[in-house]
Design a protein around this ligand. Structure first.
Ligand SMILES: Nc1nc2c(c(=O)[nH]1)N[C@H]1C(S)=C(S)[C@@H](COP(=O)(O)OP(=O)(O)OC[C@H]3O[C@@H](n4cnc5c(=O)[nH]c(N)nc54)[C@H](O)[C@@H]3O)O[C@H]1N2
Ligand SMILES: Nc1nc2c(c(=O)[nH]1)N[C@H]1C(S)=C(S)[C@@H](COP(=O)(O)OP(=O)(O)OC[C@H]3O[C@@H](n4cnc5c(=O)[nH]c(N)nc54)[C@H](O)[C@@H]3O)O[C@H]1N2
Ligand code: SF4
Ligand SMILES: [Mo]
Length: 886
């Protein structure tokens, strides 16, 4: 593949689904630009998207099939997987095997996995990480509309007069869509933004109103809104003919949320703010309510979704320009997975597994030897069944349950006890790899073809622009080969992804006649050339809508019985596990701006590692004082399920009584930084989605005997210390360390770790009495490594020291400064990275704002370039400016 012109493809991260132009510049690199013609992003990319070119290194890739640690050929690996599944099925029946797959599979690959399990193996034990992500929305939309359908589109955000973001940190998690909102607000100051989130986030930074509700109280808030709309005569009587259940929903809203003061009290927000929100909502016809995991990942997640849908249905604000409910999907193909029926309680093409007619249609269409007859196990149950030995063989693809499922210790126990575990992944070094009996090297982004669907139902092509490395193969090829070896060759005989896509498209049109909105029968005749150039298109795509469909339901026409939508009566439920005396704080978990999930990809890009380099726990100052945790110190978190260590960040943005910790760090990068070691395996009773945002925990200062950090030009294995975090820099590695026992002799400890061969200069400083040790190793004038150890967290600036690695020959002045731990020239410590595109640090920004009196982000951009690249740091720049003003 020697493309000189860029290949059009789609970003493999979030559900915004941005178009990307990729121009290969070598076997492991590419120039990445936003696709100006893609309707999701019109050329923009966020920090993660624009760093994609730096994540293509093959260094840690899984490139060959393995049985245990032994490299084998594909035939042997595939025979082993097929043979083990066959053996377990023959002995224990099809319910004893399972697939656990992912919203990061392409639609075509996902379709095959689902077809193999539900139509050929004859079990519905295929579930996906979308269970942890979108399943509450799937369930909520199904309850309300009769089908899992997103009614609106991204343009609604630009056309709205009010945008309500519920449980969404879009500034960090859907950054390009958020930038579209910010731009629309600039163009049209009348557009108001309200955020509803227990903590103040980068997203709230741009909001006109932020409601810091009590965790889990969303149903109460929206019941209160429904009741307010009724009281103020704001319901849409014209739309009521399309609805059922309105009076019951109104009654439940009135009973549970009788008045604004009652709701304000229950949700823990000021009455005046609540009234402002309700008034704004009541008077603004063009309202979009968008939500994400603060809604879904809850023991009342499905009810939260329906509480939002209730108010939009009751006001008829749905499917018209500038208005409607809009679920923001997380993964690049969360939607595609729902279309192929990848969840254990779905069939395929939005058909129902519990409906015998639907099963018969699909059986006939697939010529399926053995159809699943009932729903399978949902993710959390599935791993419980594995631990109990009911499921004996599992194949995990494109997800890492050891890191992302709640109660990580239980997941590890389950995998350790499982008779047979197959893992398809692109990376060799993951926490899951140790449990794999067979490891299958999957092609990564940029190496394979297919489609994905974004949050607005838009199908986009992913196209290969790099050759397959080593012996890696696309997921779909691997699935089809295993199917063939299990005796199902005729059902899995495809020459190319296009053949799978058109089959999927045909199935969507089967016995459809407008009954199911998921209909892409209009794409069922695509030939290879047309599939190749398929432009982004929103389903339904059929004879009636050959060019796709932006909006649905403006005039009713719901897929539910009699074409009506259903409102639900929703008595608010308290979170399943409230905090108590032993575990008094609520642990909330989520994402950071520059990392993607378990960091297997974003972790490769040095520029993404320095915005928030360490696992951290955010605490309110009152809680910090009460539990004697200092800002920047290490903190220990404990729940009934496990413990974790993190760096404390004390901020009033965090609500008192809760603590926030990101989900990204696994054992690969951090010892004891795994948040899911703490999270309770509580699920929503309707959707089965885990309550990742609400676990009772306690916190306390973690006081190790020593703390320190090590910077090294080479990657190091560091056995020993209880706390260890690795951060990749441009030309160095950084290790944050803390230990409960100190080595007898720091010099020999350092020598053993650094394994410096040949002549090196050691600069050293030790004060055994004060527990301090510092050393720097130079060779030929270049800094090789430096180690700083002390008793507390107060240590020299890593960012300044890191800068010294770029120097070919370290000047005498800097050598002296090294051990002193202070830059020789004031102002040479840039501080923590804020702008990832141009590597602009916090100290640089603060001092420029102060010395040059900047008041706008434009001024900062003109002087320092910060904020002029992808724009993902703009909320933080605004917050710095705000801080400087007050
Ligand atoms: N940078 C980055 N972006 C990503 C991802 C990533 O890993 N990194 N992952 C993608 C994926 S798969 C997903 S699913 C999305 C998730 O996108 P988001 O849902 O926006 O992200 P989260 O950080 O999980 O959670 C959102 C917010 O929910 C709030 N919250 C917690 N409890 C409650 C509550 O009871 N009520 C309300 N109203 N809010 C609450 C949290 O404080 C948090 O700020 O992001 C996608 N985008
Ligand atoms: N506490 C807590 N836990 C959470 C969440 C939370 O907010 N809080 N959020 C949940 C949500 S919404 C999500 S979506 C999950 C995400 O959690 P995971 O799905 O576990 O996270 P990823 O890092 O995206 O895992 C993807 C794995 O697939 C591999 N991979 C990438 N591309 C491919 C490919 O094309 N083929 C194959 N075979 N492998 C590939 C990667 O190398 C990586 O090992 O986490 C969930 N867990
Ligand atoms: S917003 Fe960022 S992560 Fe999401 S699709 Fe666009 S470029 Fe990728
Ligand atoms: Mo997700």
């Amino acid at each position: 593949m020697h493309a000189t012109s860029p290949i059009r493809t789609t970003c493999p991260y979030c559900g915004v689904g941005c178009g990307v132009l990729a121009t290969p510049t070598g076997p492991e690199s590419a120039l990445i630009q936003g696709d100006p013609e893609h309707p999701a992003n019109y050329g923009r990319l966020c920090s993660k998207g624009s760093a994609l070119g730096e994540t293509l290194s093959l260094q840690t890739r899984l490139l060959y099939p393995q049985i245990g640690p032994r490299r084998v050929g594909w035939d042997e690996a595939l025979d082993k997987v097929a043979g083990e599944f066959r053996r377990v099925i023959d002995t224990h029946g099809p319910e004893a095997v399972a697939f656990y797959v992912s919203g990061q599979l392409l639609t075509e690959d996902y379709y095959l996995a689902n077809k193999l399990m539900k139509g050929y193996i004859g079990s519905a034990n295929i579930d996906t990480n979308s269970r942890l992500c979108m399943s509450s929305t799937v369930a909520g939309q199904k309850r309300a509309f009769g089908e899992d359908v997103v009614p609106g589109c991204y343009e609604d955000l630009e056309q709205a007069d009010l945008i309500v973001l519920v449980g969404s940190n879009a500034a960090w998690c859907h950054p390009v869509l958020f930038q579209r909102i910010v731009k629309a607000k600039q163009d049209r100051p009348g557009l108001k933004l309200v955020t509803i989130d227990p903590r103040r986030t980068a997203t709230s930074e741009s909001a006109d109103l932020h409601l810091a509700i009590r965790p889990g109280s969303d149903v109460m808030l929206f019941n209160g809104l429904l009741n307010y709309l009724r009281q103020h005569d704001r319901l849409d009587f014209g739309f009521m003919e399309h609805l059922v259940g309105l009076s019951q929903a109104l009654e439940a809203a009135r009973d549970s949320a009788p008045s604004v003061p009652a709701v304000a009290l229950a949700c823990g927000v000021p009455e005046t703010d609540l009234v402002r929100f309700y008034q704004e909502f009541a008077r603004t016809e063009k309202t979009v309510t968008a939500w994400s995991q603060g809604v879904n990942q809850s023991s009342s997640g499905t009810d939260k979704v329906n509480a939002i849908l209730n108010v939009h249905l009751a006001t008829g604000r749905i499917g018209k320009p500038g208005m409607g409910p809009l679920s923001l999907t997380g993964q690049p193909n969360a939607m595609g997975g729902r279309e192929v029926g990848g969840l254990a309680n779905q069939l395929a093409a939005h058909l129902e597994i519990e409906n015998p007619r639907h099963r018969a249609w699909v059986r006939e269409f697939w010529n399926a030897p053995r159809m699943a007859e009932q729903p399978g196990l949902k993710a959390v149950e599935l791993f419980q069944a594995i631990e109990q030995g009911r499921v004996k063989a599992v194949w995990i693809m494109a997800t890492n349950p050891v890191v992302s499922l709640p109660d990580a210790a239980a997941v590890r126990r389950a995998l350790a006890a499982c008779e047979f575990v197959a893992v398809s992944d692109c990376e060799a070094e993951t926490d899951l790899a140790a449990y794999a009996h067979v490891s299958l090297p999957a092609a990564a982004w940029g190496e394979k073809d297919g489609t994905v669907t974004n949050s607005e139902r838009r199908i986009s092509r992913q196209r290969a622009f790099l050759p397959l490395p080593g012996e890696a193969k696309p997921d779909g090829w691997i699935i089809a080969e295993v199917a063939r070896r299990m005796g199902y060759a005729e059902g899995f005989d495809y020459a190319a992804p296009r053949d799978i896509f058109v089959e999927h498209a045909r199935l969507s049109g089967l016995h459809n006649e407008g009954r199911r909105l998921f209909d892409i029968a209009g794409l069922a005749e695509l030939d290879a050339a047309a599939y190749d150039v398929l432009p982004p298109i929103q389903w339904p795509v059929n004879a009636e809508h050959p060019a796709g469909t932006a909006r649905l339901f403006a005039a009713g026409g719901f897929p539910g019985p009699e074409g009506k939508a259903r409102l639900l009566p929703l008595p608010p439920q308290p979170p399943f596990n409230p905090p108590d005396l032993d575990y008094p704080l609520v642990l909330n978990t989520g994402r950071i701006r520059d990392q993607w999930h378990t960091m297997t990809r974003t972790g490769k890009a040095a520029r993404l590692g320095h915005h928030l380099p360490e696992p951290y726990a955010e605490l309110h100052p009152d809680d910090a004082a009460r539990w004697e945790v200092a800002d920047g110190a290490l903190v220990r978190l404990e729940s009934r399920h496990g413990s974790a260590l993190a760096r404390a960040r004390i901020t009033p943005d965090q609500q008192a009584g809760s603590v926030f910790m990101p989900m990204h760090w696994s054992d690969v990068q951090a010892r004891r930084g795994l948040v899911n070691a703490l999270v309770n395996p509580v699920v929503d009773p309707v959707s089965g989605e885990p309550e990742s945002k609400h676990t009772p925990v306690r916190v306390g200062a973690y006081r190790p005997v020593w703390q320190g950090f090590l910077l090294s030009r080479e990657a190091l294995a560091i056995p020993g210390p209880e706390y260890r975090v690795a951060v990749r820099g441009a030309d160095y590695w950084r290790y944050e360390l803390a230990g409960e026992t100190a080595p007898d002799d720091w010099r020999s400890w350092a020598e053993s770790i650094l394994a410096q061969e040949g002549a090196a200069d050691w600069l050293e400083f030790a004060d055994a009495h004060a527990g301090r040790y510092r050393c720097a190793v130079l060779r030929g004038g270049r800094l090789r490594a430096c180690l700083f150890v002390g008793v507390g967290p107060a240590l020299p600036s890593r960012d300044w020291l890191a800068g010294l690695f770029a120097q070919e020959d370290l000047p005498e002045m800097d050598r002296a400064a090294l051990l002193a731990g202070r830059p020789a020239v004031a102002g040479s410590d840039p501080g923590r990275t804020v702008c990832a595109c141009f590597g602009v640090g916090m100290n640089v920004l603060r001092s420029a704002i102060q010395s040059q009196g900047f008041t706008t982000v434009e001024q900062i951009g003109a002087a320092l370039k910060a904020g002029t690249g992808c724009g993902s740091c703009l909320p933080e720049l605004n917050s710095l400016l705000r801080g400087a003003r007050s």
